[in-house]
Design a protein around this ligand. Sequence first.
Ligand SMILES: [Fe+2]
Length: 558
Amino acid sequence: MLTLGVNYSQMHDSSACIVRDGQILFAIAEERLSRVKHDARFPRLAIRACLDFAKARPDQLDEVCFGWQRPGATLRHDLKCFATGAAPITYLNVLNSARHFLSMWHQNGGANLFRYHLGATRARMRFVDHHLAHALSAFAFSGFPEATVVIMDGRGAWEATSVWYGHDGHLDHILTIPWPNSIGLFYAEFTDYLGFQKNSDEWKVMGLAPYGRPGINLREFIVPDDSPYRVNTNRLAGRGSANYSGIVSVLGPRRAPESELEDRHKNVAFAVQDACEQAMTAVVRMAIEKTRCRNLCLAGGVALNSKANGKILASGVCGRLFIQPAAADDGAALGAALAPYLGDGRRLPQSPMRHTYFGPAADDAEIENVLRTYKLRYTRLGDPAKTAAELLSQGKILGWFQGRMEFGPRALGSRSILADPRDPEMNAKVNNAVKFREWWRPFAPSLLAEAAPEYLQSAFDSPFMVVTAQVKPEKRNVIPAVTHVDGSARPQTVEQAVNPLYWRLISEFGKRTGVPVVMNTSFNLRGEAIVNSPTDAVRTFFSSGMDALVIGAFLLEK
Ligand SMILES: [Fe+2]
């Protein structure tokens, strides 16, 4: 069976994924091809890339599955809440939903656009509930025979948080907390209040939080209760408004974007993160009480809060934990593609995910062609891993472009910028030369899986950088550039069997320095999508202060 999963909600992160007999062949977000970050348009480039990789025509697809409900679900929910007062929804929300409905209805949820851009197909068009798509993307790739599945995001068509029980190749729905009672909405509104872009810059609030102090009480906005949390959206939004005015009346003026960060902003970030962690932990606790299964799967954009994930793991509330690395809406395409395996006596395929290298690759001939076209001076390397390790040990900042691109928000050794984590100044150097981003945002380490117990207090099996761990106190000075102010790090543990080339690079760096750890950040400039093609990589290399680029078998130096 050949199925195509599509995320197209018109909100953000359009993507596509092609699955044959339960195995992911290829997956990519539209932004990587269109170069428009968080691209929300119909993912025609991504779908085309999926079909090309599978060498399939549109009419060879059995099903095309959209990870969003049929047009109308959002408007129906919002109208009902507005009419009955069941949830505090403003007329602006309803107006937005109506506009969204009209557009989706016109496009038949994307099905019309599929035919328009890709041509005729006999494939069945299926609309999968958004949270079900997230839940499938978490459970089916967890490798757990049985699991509690918790989905938390800003919003689905009408969902905010949902709980599922996965077992025996099936997924049972346990409960849904409807939007706008949404942890993601709460976090997003405060992200906006702190002068960042909501639904995009939540990382910045998470990174800022450890610089704040406790003291600010946000119980007016989010309170624990039996459900097990309640977001007071009336208080967040203020009267008749769909923005942050309610926060302003309690906490004072909003921070202007790019303006000086005051202590009170850091303290607000601390309080927001703390409230989020408590709400997430309460949801997980409640979910596990209902299913009585301690294997936990998480997905939905809120599950990218690596700090909260680390706290959940450390609290002991769950047993084993799998977080879908593409937890945001791009990953809904993965789950949607599996929807045909539900019901009618079928069973979900179980394929544990150990990597995210589902994107395009470029071979050496293609790369050399690009380098020649641009008349660049380059060297062909005998051993790219060894050369890269040598350059890193000399303090060079390195672009690293190898193999198939990662799917999801994290660069995991295919499209990465690498540097020496031992240099306490390296964080500032990479920020100033390459990433041009805020000083407080931490960089993450990639380390040999074998070395994890030596450096970390937990998260020894952390292949996706979605769980924060504490660096052992005696190692914090050894890898200062990737240790956050509170002693935490967001590690990628690299296994030899999963990515032999990247493993060897880190291993060679370890041989030279005694530290089998490198600093790894995504290969992109601030505000841009991660590089996809050799051309993207070369352009980004020359638009930044990177010292060298190892791309396939070739080395470029400045
Ligand atoms: Fe979502």
